[in-house]
Each structure stands twice: as structure tokens, then as C-alpha cells.
Design a protein around this ligand. Structure first.
Ligand code: ALA
Length: 586
């Protein structure tokens, strides 16, 4: 087995291997995707190359490789165990319509067994089992067998499928490679993917399909390979470690936390969990600030704020305060190869410090109120806890923890009920403001709002652009203005067709439904919009029959028949790559 301990050594070995197979290295891009507003963050190496996966020629050719920084907020609540992270690095390789399954699998196998010298006896793989959209992947099975992987180490899985990363785009079955981690226990003959001692170290996505906005899987003209392998996991596997936080990707941070908290990592379960959360979240925050994000209450900035604040909360649990800057220094020491960290060092430290100060003040104020409202009480009522949370920004987790410590009764269910009641109240209130503020015209605006949903879907269909989305919108009582990503003037014929589709939907008298679901569920159901902006929270998804489904705050009419007649009055350029439509309802 390889002696590699350092992440950069692993990355260099990987890149050199693929360069020797005629791959060209592409840059490690920003964590903020440049051309894809349906996702907040770069979650895999393939994000920046979607246009090339779709057929555009890449200036560096058909074989690419890189290491890409990634953020996944999807399992943020899992962070705290041995192997979940929000920030990680992904090794990637791509074939853009060049080699396919056989070579992809052979390269992957060669890298792991020859370069990293992993024993074949400890390798297992999974292959796509087939479903209604795509058949069982027989070819991958025979390639793995030709490489000497026995049948009982090849498992067929229905969910061996990857992508698309956003709502639509390239995707396909995948084949994953697993490694048996324990050093002193022999790998079982038969592979059981549920046994967590088998750890996934790489994934070859065999991109044969394009998913459209109607959930159809269309065979792609260009078949691609998209490989991804997590640096932290691979390092941990090749070093026989049961815990990614013990690899060189984390150990300097963990050591720093140990030093300032005077606590030992691994000794106490809860404290170890807090240390991991601090290490992960501060690392992710450092990289986000380097990529231009600052803490705020919306979108990327909101995620950053949450990461920093959760880290601070866990700092409190292990008895440390004003630590984010110091932890950040240890992040710099691990990632010295990132120019972007060097360049933005001062800014990163300043932003972390500011946010920590702000949050400390919030907590201080919150504690004063907390003490006042719980004085001589054995119970915290839901109105008070809601006030603390909503008006003073005191985190719910802290309310729970403080109540527990002081033996004050607190019901999370009642708190959540109160939250919900309040949400409904404020919704009604804002609908009220809406009505009175716009006097007689509120109805007109509501109608135009619904019409823009129909317009967006009609545009997608007529322009055959499933990834078309809203770039901006402004609605007055007289007209709707809708900006979208498209790079040429629409023809008269296209405009006519769009109007016709919208008007047909109006005639069909379709009911508009609203559901409150999680962003993840919204994504699963194919809704348009931004998904992981406020993880954990519910979003409103408005559906117009099967025609349109969008995350939106509303308000909307109840049935399309209320809309009247839809007409486009202007189509013009708004900015580079963005067109603007003005439309009315007559
Ligand atoms: N894009 C693939 C993944 O993230 C390789 O697993």
C-alpha cells in the first residue's frame, strides 16, 4: 500500500497519472458556480464543465482532469461523525465523447492498484442494476471481471445513478469502487455495500443520458465519463484510518482545537463531535470567504453565516471563545497550494472575526433576555422562546441546551407550532399589505405573477432550453417584466407560439396548487428554483397542473382561467446572455 499521507502528494500522483494518459489539467474553479443559478455551490468537479459535457468543444481537448474544491450542504446535519464534511476536494477525470466505460474503469483500477498500490483483494465495486429508464449495466460488469474482480465482489444497485447536478442535464448510471478499510480484519469474500467498513473511494459516472425538464431521459449524442473521488476519503482509506479527521486534511486543525480548548480529541464523544464540526465549518467558511462570499441573511451568505455560527456554538460547548481566526490559520497551513487563500488571508480573518463579534453580542443580549424571562420559572413558554429566537436571533439549539442545563422545561414541538402559527400570520399580514398597498390593482399583480410561471415554462419548451430560468422579474399592475438566460433575439414565430401555449393553459382552466416541502423534496419533484438556499427549511412550491412547478413565495391565482388573455408586448436584450420580455394580461 502507498505511503502517501499528504493531500497534495496524493493530488499530484493522481494528476500526473492522468496526464500520462493524455489528460489535460483544468483549473480548480470557484465554489460559486458561474453559470448555473439552480445550484448554490459547486458540489462536484463536473459543474464547471457542463457546457462541454453537452457537446461544446473544450479548448484543452477531450480528456481532462483536475482537483476541485466542493461544498455540499445537503448533509450538513450529519457533520460530526468520522466522514461527513461540507467542504472537500474531489479528484476528477473526464472523457468528453472520447473513451467510454472500458477505458474509464481500467484507468480507475490502474490508478488505485498500481499508483496507490491498493490490494486487489480489498477492492469491491457496485454497478447499475437497471430500471425503467436504463438497462442493467452488463458492460461494466464484464470489464470489472476482466480485471479480476470476482462476481461476489460486484454488487448491482438500483441507485447507482448520478446526476444531473441541477434540474436538467447530463447524467447516467455509475460504477463505484470500494476499499476494505480495516487493517487487521480480512476482507469478506462477498461485498456488502451496507457494511461501512467498505468505503467508497471513487465513482465513474457513465454519462449516457440527458434529463429534460419533463423528467425524460434522452440518450445523449455525446457519451462522457465523469469520475470523482474524495481526497479526504482516499487518504483515510490508504492510511487505514477509521476517521477522516485524522488525515492530513484535518489534523493541524484538530491539533489547534485541542491546544486552545485543552481537550483531547477522541476522548469524549460529544466533545469530539464538536471538534469535528468546528474543524469542518471553519474550513468551509475560509474557502467561501476566499471565493468572495461574506456572511449575510440570504443565499450563499446565509449558509456561510450558519457555518460560522454553528462552529462558534460548538466552541462554547468545549469552552473556547474568539477562536475562529486562530483555527483559520491552521486551515491556511494545510492548503498552502491555494493562491486564493493567500491572496485573501486578511479579508478571511477579518470577516470571521466580525461575524464572531456580531454573534457573541447576539448571544450576550440573548442570555440577558433568557435570564429575565426564565427568572423563578421552571418552564419556558413557547411565546417567550419564539421571541428569543425571532427577535433576538438566539439559536434554537442554544435555547434547548440552556433549558436542559438549568432544568427548565421546554417543548420543541410547541416552539415549532408557534413558529408555524407566526409564519402563517405574517403571510396573511403581508398579503394584506399587498392588497391595501396596491389598492384595486392587487389582483392584477397576482395574475401577472402566475402568468410569468406559465411564460417561463412556455419559453423553455419553445426555445428548447430546459435550463432556461428567471434572471430577474418586476411586476406592476400594468405589466410583467421577465428576464431570462438566452442569447439571441426571439423570432416573431417563437413569440406567437409562446403566447399560444400560455393562452392554451389559461383556457384549460388549470388549478394552481401550493405545497410546503423541503428544498430537497422540491428538487426531487423537478421544481424550478434555487434549492439549497435555506437548508432545513420548507419552501413553497406552486404547480400549474403538470405544466409548471416552481419554488416561489407567491401570491398566485387559484385557477388559470382567472388570467384572461396573455400578450407579449416587447422582447429585447437586457444584458449579455439575458433577454427581457414585457407582457400584459388583457
Ligand atoms: N460527479 C460524480 C460524483 O460527484 C463523479 O460522484
Amino acid at each position: 500500500m502507498s505511503e502517501i499521507k499528504n493531500r497534495r502528494e496524493l493530488i499530484d500522483l493522481y494528476l500526473n497519472f492522468y496526464k500520462s494518459k493524455n489528460h489535460k489539467e483544468i483549473p480548480n474553479s470557484s465554489l460559486i458556480p458561474q453559470n448555473d443559478p439552480t445550484v448554490l455551490f459547486t458540489t462536484a468537479g463536473m459543474h464547471p464543465i457542463v457546457p462541454f459535457l453537452l457537446g461544446q468543444a473544450h479548448p484543452l481537448g477531450k480528456r481532462l482532469c483536475n482537483v476541485q474544491r466542493c461544498i455540499r450542504t445537503g448533509d450538513i446535519n450529519e457533520v460530526g461523525d468520522e466522514y461527513h464534511h461540507t467542504f472537500f476536494e474531489m479528484l476528477g477525470k473526464w472523457s468528453l465523447g472520447d473513451y467510454f466505460k472500458e477505458d474509464a474503469i481500467k484507468y480507475t483500477f490502474e490508478f488505485f492498484t498500481k499508483e496507490l498500490k491498493l490490494s486487489k483483494e480489498k477492492i469491491a465495486v457496485s454497478v447499475f442494476a437497471g430500471n425503467k429508464d436504463s438497462p442493467k449495466d452488463e458492460e461494466s460488469i464484464s470489464v470489472w471481471m476482466s480485471l479480476g474482480i470476482p462476481k461476489e465482489r460486484i454488487t448491482l444497485l438500483k441507485d447507482n445513478w448520478w446526476g444531473p447536478a441541477g434540474l436538467t442535464g447530463p447524467c447516467g448510471p455509475c460504477t463505484e469502487i470500494f476499499y476494505w478499510k480495516p487493517k487487521n480484519i480480512k476482507a469478506p469474500k462477498k461485498f456488502n455495500p451496507k457494511d461501512s467498513r467498505w468505503v467508497e473511494i471513487g465513482n465513474d459516472v457513465l454519462m449516457e443520458y440527458l434529463k429534460d425538464s419533463k423528467e425524460n431521459y434522452i440518450p445523449a449524442k455525446q457519451k462522457n465519463i465523469d469520475f470523482g473521488g474524495g481526497v479526504e476519503r482516499i487518504l483515510s482509506a490508504i492510511n487505514g484510518l477509521e476517521d477522516n479527521y485524522l488525515t492530513s486534511c484535518f489534523i493541524p486543525i484538530i491539533n489547534k482545537i485541542e491546544k486552545i480548548s485543552e481537550k483531547k480529541y477522541g476522548k469524549n464523544k460529544e466533545e469530539t463531535r464538536s471538534m469535528r464540526i468546528i474543524a469542518d465549518h471553519i474550513k468551509a467558511s475560509v474557502f467561501l470567504i476566499a471565493d468572495g462570499i461574506i456572511p449575510s441573511n440570504v443565499e450563499h451568505g446565509y449558509v456561510l453565516r450558519r457555518l460560522i455560527r454553528v462552529a462558534i456554538r460548538h466552541g462554547k460547548k468545549i469552552g473556547i471563545k474568539n477562536f475562529t481566526k486562530e483555527i483559520a490559520q491552521s486551515v491556511f497551513s494545510i492548503y498552502e497550494d491555494y493562491e486564493i487563500l493567500k491572496k485573501n488571508k486578511e479579508k478571511i480573518l477579518e470577516e470571521l472575526n466580525n461575524e464572531e463579534d456580531k454573534f457573541n453580542q447576539t448571544i450576550e443580549k440573548g442570555f440577558a433576555i433568557f435570564n429575565r424571562i426564565t427568572k423563578d420559572k421552571s418552564e419556558m413558554n413557547c411565546k417567550d422562546s419564539f421571541l428569543l429566537y425571532q427577535s433576538y436571533g438566539f439559536p434554537l439549539e442554544m435555547i434547548e441546551e440552556e433549558c436542559e442545563e438549568r432544568k427548565i422545561k421546554f417543548s420543541k414541538e410547541e416552539f415549532e407550532r408557534e413558529c408555524k402559527a407566526h409564519q402563517e400570520l405574517s403571510r396573511t399580514a403581508s398579503a394584506g399589505t399587498f392588497k391595501s398597498g396596491l389598492a384595486d390593482n392587487s389582483e392584477a399583480t397576482t395574475k401577472l405573477h402566475t402568468a410569468t410561471h406559465l411564460l417561463a415554462q412556455a419559453l423553455r419548451e419553445v426555445l428548447k432550453k430546459p435550463d432556461l430560468h428567471q434572471k430577474g422579474s418586476n411586476i406592476t399592475a400594468d405589466r410583467a417584466r421577465f428576464d431570462f438566460n438566452f442569447d439571441r433575439k426571439l423570432t416573431e414565430e417563437e413569440i406567437k407560439k409562446i403566447e399560444e401555449i400560455v393562452n392554451n393553459k389559461i383556457k384549460e382552466k388549470i388549478e394552481i396548487k401550493c405545497e410546503e416541502i423541503s428544498p430537497l423534496e422540491a428538487k426531487k419533484r423537478g421544481a424550478q428554483g434555487i434549492f439549497d438556499s435555506k437548508y432545513g427549511e420548507k419552501v413553497s412550491v406552486y404547480s400549474v397542473g403538470n405544466f409548471s412547478k416552481e419554488i416561489c413565495a407567491g401570491p398566485h391565482v387559484k385557477n388559470t382561467e382567472e388570467l384572461g388573455k396573455f400578450k407579449i408586448i416587447k422582447e429585447e436584450s437586457s444584458s449579455a446572455g439575458v433577454r427581457r420580455i414585457k407582457a400584459v394580461l388583457e
